[in-house]
Design a protein around this ligand. Structure first.
Ligand code: ZN
Ligand code: ZN
Length: 162
């Protein structure tokens, strides 16, 4: 996800450039697969380099914490990242590098922001039934045989009476 910002680097502090983003499915990293990333990013020339601000909409492939199925999670987030050349880090602040010829690669910042905005415990749906601890069946697809065997014996007796 690269932007040619050499001309912006020539501009005075405060100058801006905006870009629309419409990225197709890709693997931002080994652990982050996105279906798409859309939105706008505005780059502002600062005295330290370039500040990127974006309002982005994405959809990420996640594994459900309960049933382990992969599902798509919509994700809206705001990205704010400072880019500099050479990258300097005063007071532990993360500054991303600007490449040669003023090429700014948003991929790393995007990856960090997406990871930051992921749910701690992703669920394919709020009422996901998860897996049976006995046989491992996905209980969203229906009850397994273990469930029937663990019916309360008192209820079973009542059932016989009826
Ligand atoms: Zn699930
Ligand atoms: Zn079972």
């Amino acid at each position: 996800m690269k932007f040619k910002l050499a001309s912006l680097l020539e501009e005075p502090v405060g100058s801006k450039m905006s870009f629309g983003i419409d990225e197709a499915q890709q693997e931002l990293a080994e652990d982050v697969r996105v279906d798409f990333v859309r939105g706008t990013v505005e780059f502002t020339r600062t005295n330290r380099g370039i500040f990127a601000e974006g309002q982005l909409h994405s959809q990420v492939q996640l594994e459900c914490a309960r049933c382990l199925e992969t599902f798509s999670q919509p994700l809206d987030f705001r990205l704010e990242a400072q880019f500099g050349s050479p990258p300097i880090k005063p007071q532990g602040e993360a500054i991303f590098p600007i490449g040669v010829k003023g090429i700014l690669d948003l991929t790393e910042a995007l990856r960090e922001y997406i990871l930051l905005n992921l749910p701690m415990r992703p669920l394919c749906k709020p009422d996901c039934r998860g897996l049976c601890v006995e046989c491992g069946q996905n209980l969203n697809e229906g009850p397994c045989n273990c469930a029937r065997e663990t019916i309360d014996p008192r209820l079973a007796r009542l059932k016989d009476l009826l």
